[in-house]
Design a protein around this ligand. Sequence first.
Ligand SMILES: [Zn+2]
Length: 189
Amino acid sequence: MTHYGEGEFDGEDLRAASTFAGVPDEFQRLWTPHRMAYIENGQQPAEADCPFCLAPGMSDEDALIVHRGTHAFVLLNLYPYNSGHLLVCPYRHVAMYDEATIEETAEIASLTQEAMRVLKKVSRNDGYNIGMNQGRVAGAGIADHLHQHVVPRWATDSNFFPIIAKSKAITLLLGDVRNAVAAAWREQN
Ligand SMILES: [Zn+2]
């Protein structure tokens, strides 16, 4: 797996998203150049190398899994938009939401609700971004394996994350975040 670390964007011309052409709207943008690099440079993995197929075979700690359900599981995004960014995935390697079974969609929905409650308890966030990118053109990093994003948002977070994302600290913190979220999830059940 490719990792993007310190110095990746040295010499890059990084501009504030607010200087881009367009009409301002009510949406806050999370400007995440590290994430764009992942999307643009990252090859789509073959099914045998699919990170969401490999994760359930690993330990919770190594795979950053916070909860295992019957048809779907929840893990921390290795390339988070924000601290506590969770992904809800079916175990089955299907790409599109309309390919998921009734059982899978029902559990993805209930795990998404549970993820919201757990995150609220752990991180006291003010809001969430929840959703799925379907297909590479729509921004899916791993387009071949369905995953629902659950991203906690704080009133003050929009300009904070791109700075810490470029440091190694976030990688080290992922283990701590996983422990906290997994513990809260166990408590809830
Ligand atoms: Zn897969």
